[in-house]
Design a protein around this ligand. Structure first.
Ligand SMILES: C[S@@+](CC[C@H](N)C(=O)[O-])C[C@H]1O[C@@H](n2cnc3c(N)ncnc32)[C@H](O)[C@@H]1O
Length: 281
C-alpha cells in the first residue's frame, strides 16, 4: 500500500545524525514537523518559515529542508551573543556553531535570514507576515511566550501553523501562563490542533478540517504513533484537540529501558526491525 506520509531521504539522512547537534529537539518532534510539512505540501499550502530560539540549530536545520527555495524563505531569531538577556535561562544560542552545523548538514540551502535580538523586538515585516510554519522555542517565561505568540499570530498565514514548545512541561509553567493569557484574548481566532511530544500546534479554526482529516487517518498513525504513544482526544479552549500521550501505565520507565533504547538508536538495522514490529497497522 502506498504510504501517504514518508520521511524524504535527505531528511532521513539529517535525522540520522541530528543528535550530534546540541539541543532538545527529539526524533519524535522532528517526525511531527515532517508530518506538518507534508500535510501542507499535499494540500497546496505555501509560505515562509520562521523560528524563535535556535540554540545550535537542531530544529532550524530540519526546517530548512522543508523549503521550496524558489518560493519560500527561512528566518530565525535568537539572542545569540547577547545571553545576558536570556532571562528564562532557556538554551544558549551561538551563531557560529549554528552556521557551522548548518553548512555541514544542508550546504545546498541558503543560510537563513538572521534576526539577532530579543524576540519581543521583532516586527511583522521581519517575520515576512506570510508564514506556513512558525516555531516558538525561545524564552520560556510567561511574558516571552505571550509576546512570541502575539508576533507569530500576525506572521502566520491563513492555513499556517504555530508550533509552541514546552506547553505542558512542568519545568516551564510560564509557557502555560503566557499561552492562556494569549488564548483568552484571541477569542476564537486561533485553535489548538494537537499536542504531541512536548509541542502544541495552533492553527486558525478555518484550517482545522485540513489537518484533522490527516491526523485522523491510518496513515498518520502508521507514520507517527509508535509505542509507547497512544492517540487521545480532548477539548481545549472550546476546540477539539488531538493528544498524543503515553498512557499512565506505561509512563514509569526505569533506567534499563532508557539504556536499551539508547543502544537500539545506535544500530539502524536493529531499530528498523523493532520499528516494523511495533508500528501500528
Ligand atoms: C531551548 S533553546 C532552542 C532549542 C532549539 N530550537 C533546538 O532545536 O535545539 C532556546 C533558545 O532561545 C534563545 N532565547 C532565549 N530567550 C530569548 C529571547 N527573549 N529572544 C530570542 N531568543 C531567545 C536562546 O539563546 C536559545 O538559543
Amino acid at each position: 500500500m502506498q504510504e501517504r506520509f514518508k520521511t524524504p531521504k535527505n531528511i532521513a539522512n539529517y535525522l540520522a545524525r541530528m543528535e550530534k547537534i546540541g539541543g532538545w529537539f527529539s526524533q519524535e518532534m522532528a517526525r511531527l514537523f515532517v508530518f506538518i510539512d507534508q500535510v501542507q505540501k499535499l494540500n497546496g499550502i505555501k509560505g515562509n518559515i520562521f523560528e524563535i530560539g535556535v540554540h545550535h540549530g537542531r530544529s532550524a536545520i530540519l526546517l530548512s529542508f522543508f523549503l521550496r527555495p524558489e518560493l519560500e524563505s527561512l528566518s530565525v531569531c535568537d539572542l545569540f551573543g547577547d545571553q545576558t538577556l536570556n532571562v528564562s535561562e532557556s538554551g544558549l544560542g551561538n551563531l557560529e556553531i549554528f552556521r557551522n552545523n548548518f553548512l555541514a548538514c544542508n550546504p545546498n540551502q541558503k543560510f537563513p535570514v538572521i534576526h539577532s535580538k530579543q524576540s519581543n523586538k521583532l516586527t511583522r515585516e521581519e517575520t515576512t507576515g506570510d508564514c506556513r510554519i512558525f516555531h516558538i522555542d525561545g524564552g520560556h517565561s510567561a511574558e516571552e511566550t505571550y509576546a512570541d505568540l502575539k508576533i507569530a499570530s500576525t506572521a502566520m498565514n491563513e492555513k499556517g501553523v504555530i508550533i509552541l514548545d514546552d506547553y505542558f512541561n512542568p519545568a516551564y509553567p510560564g509557557v502555560s501562563e503566557g499561552f492562556c493569557a494569549f488564548m483568552n484574548e484571541e477569542k476564537g481566532n486561533l485553535a489548538p490542533l494537537i499536542h504531541a511530544f512536548n509541542k502544541l500546534v495552533i492553527i486558525r479554526p478555518s484550517a482545522f478540517d485540513i489537518y484533522s482529516r490527516e491526523i485522523d487517518s491510518p496513515d498518520f498513525k502508521n507514520y507517527l504513533l509508535r509505542w509507547p504513544y497512544e492517540m487521545g482526544k480532548g477539548t481545549f479552549f472550546n476546540h477539539d484537540i488531538f493528544l498524543i500521550l503515553i498512557p499512565s501505565n506505561r509512563a514509569n520507565r526505569t533506567l534499563p529501558y532508557f539504556i536499551l533504547r539508547r543502544f537500539i538508536e545506535n544500530y539502524p538495522w536493529l531499530k528498523k526491525g523493532i520499528k516494523s514490529l511495533l508500528f501500528r497497522k
